[in-house]
Structure formats: structure tokens, C-alpha cells
Design a protein around this ligand. Structure first.
Ligand SMILES: C[S@@+](CC[C@H](N)C(=O)[O-])C[C@H]1O[C@@H](n2cnc3c(N)ncnc32)[C@H](O)[C@@H]1O
Length: 265
């Protein structure tokens, strides 16, 4: 299946991210930054500071609160039973045996947090500098406020960069990979997506390399979990099983050769 939704405009806007003066800022984004005088309020995204963290505002909405990375991400966190035992479908998809998880598509970090909350050690990679700036500053704000349990802070980390570059370094048994790629909006849907998703879609468009990430990860990881919308075909055929929720589906690819002998499931 080809993923549509990548437009030249979407890429143009990625390069026109502006960092507000005097911001706690992120050097990575500053490299792309233009001066404020060059800002096109109807064409550019704006990164600014709001309530102690970086906030990303889409074109035409610079006067309105944008999107941020908030931790914890859920008002009512899923029950924190040991790995695999919780009701959270993402946590169930990784099962009981997976220890460490590489999240190749960290975004605003919500899913990485949910997995770390369930007891996994998680590293989340984000390759878009503007999204990474939002993610890193939101995580820093939460840690400074002390709103995250110390053990969870120790288990969860985020890194800037291309997730694909990390796949080959995966060594050892019982490793998991999580992939939640950008996907185009459903052809027929009256439901408006969450604001976070609307802004990310406007910034990033769709994604063409997601199937390749799944193929490569399947070689190295004991379990690869891919989040898909209901309307989409699997990115790669041959999923071992699926977990469906009202809104999304998790396609789970198990590689028994990468499980520790005798570790069961
Ligand atoms: C749908 S969002 C992920 C949302 C995330 N699961 C969450 O809970 O917020 C996809 C994100 O993955 C990032 N991304 C996609 N492919 C990537 C790759 N190969 N390496 C690093 N980041 C990637 C995109 O820039 C985007 O921010």
C-alpha cells in the first residue's frame, strides 16, 4: 500500500520553523531557524514558549495555544499491573517477555511513556527537529516538576535522530520495536482528529518509509508492534496477530528466533 499525503508544501513548512527569541530553545531547531522578521504568519510554523515548555503552532494560528508534549499523557493512566497484564492494548501487544523497547516514532512521547509506565525500559527516537524540541522540552518540564516517578524517569529516554539508524544496533534477545508512523486521514470520516494529530499531519504529511522500518525491525527484534488505523491495510503482510480497539489496530510480528530460549510467549 502506498501512503499518500506527502506534499511539497508540507516539506517546505518543515524547513520554515521559527524559534521565538529568548526561548529555552533547542540548538537543533535553531539551526533551521529563521529570524522572527522573516516569519510568515500564514505559511510558517512557530515554536514558542508556553507554560514552561515549547509549544508548536501551525500557520494561521500563531495567536492560539499550540501543541505540547505533556507527561503523564493520560488523565486516567492505564492500570499499572505488571507487563502485559494491564488493559492497555499497546501494553498487551508487547506481551510479558519483552524487556527493552525501541520506539522508532516517538512523536509527542505518549506511547513511549505508556510502555515505560507498564515496566519496560524504553528509548524513543524522533527525527523531526521541531517535534523533538516539543518532546524534549515537555519531558524536561515534567521531570523538573517532579510529576514523574523516579523509577519511570530512569526507564524512559528520548533521542533526536533517525530511528532506522538504530535498528542495526539492536542486539540480544527479547527486544521490542514499536512503530507508529504518520498515516493519511481516512477517505471517509466525519470525526475530527485530535488537535495534536492535526498539527503533526500539517507539519509532516504522510510517510513512505514505514514498511521498510517494519521489515528491518523484524529481523532484529523479538517483537515488532505497529499501530495502524482501522481503515489501513497492514504495512507488511504476515502479522502473527492483531489487537483491535475502537480507534486503532496493533499489528504484532513475533520473531521466535529472537526470543530467549525458554522464555515462552
Ligand atoms: C504518529 S507520530 C507518533 C506518535 C507517538 N506514538 C505518540 O505517542 O505521540 C509519528 C512520529 O514519528 C516520527 N517518525 C516517523 N518516522 C521516523 C523515523 N524513521 N525515525 C524517527 N522518527 C520518525 C515523525 O516525525 C512523527 O513525529
Amino acid at each position: 500500500m502506498t501512503e499518500s499525503g506527502i506534499t511539497p508544501k508540507a516539506f517546505h513548512t518543515v524547513a520554515r520553523v521559527v524559534v521565538d527569541d529568548g526561548l529555552l530553545g533547542c540548538a537543533l531547531v535553531r539551526e533551521l531557524g529563521l529570524t522572527k522578521a522573516e516569519l510568515d504568519t500564514d505559511g510558517d510554523f512557530l515554536l514558542t514558549e508556553y507554560a514552561g515548555a515549547i509549544d508548536l503552532r501551525p500557520p494561521g494560528e500563531h495567536g492560539r495555544r499550540g501543541i505540547q508534549a505533556n507527561f503523564p499523557p493520560d488523565k486516567n493512566p492505564p492500570s499499572n499491573s505488571p507487563r502485559g497484564g494491564g488493559r492497555n492494548p499497546l501494553v498487551r501487544a508487547f506481551g510479558r517477555q519483552i524487556g527493552e523497547i525501541l520506539d522508532l516514532t516517538a512523536g509527542l512521547g505518549g506511547d513511549a511513556y505508556r510502555l515505560a509506565h507498564a515496566g519496560h525500559r524504553v528509548c524513543g527516537c524522533e527525527r523531526n527537529p521541531a517535534v523533538y524540541a516539543v518532546l524534549a522540552s515537555g519531558w524536561e518540564r515534567a521531570r523538573k516538576r517532579g510529576s514523574i516517578p523516579a523509577a519511570l524517569v530512569e526507564r524512559l529516554s528520548f533521542a533526536y535522530g533517525e530511528g532506522a539508524d538504530r535498528i542495526d544496533s539492536l542486539e540480544g534477545p527479547n527486544l521490542g520495536v514499536y512503530i507508529d508512523p504518520m498515516y493519511p486521514p481516512p477517505r471517509r470520516s466525519s470525526a475530527k482528529p485530535r488537535r495534536e494529530l492535526q498539527v503533526l499531519r500539517a507539519l509532516l504529511g504522510g510517510q513512505r518509509d514505514a514498511a521498510g522500518l517494519v521489515e528491518r525491525s523484524r529481523e532484529k527484534a523479538a517483537r515488532v508492534v505497529v499501530k495502524r488505523p482501522h481503515h489501513a491495510e497492514p504495512l507488511v503482510p504476515g502479522a502473527s496477530f492483531e489487537i483491535e480497539t475502537k480507534l486503532v489496530r496493533f499489528d504484532v510480528y513475533v520473531n521466535p528466533k529472537r526470543m530467549e530460549a525458554g522464555s515462552g510467549e
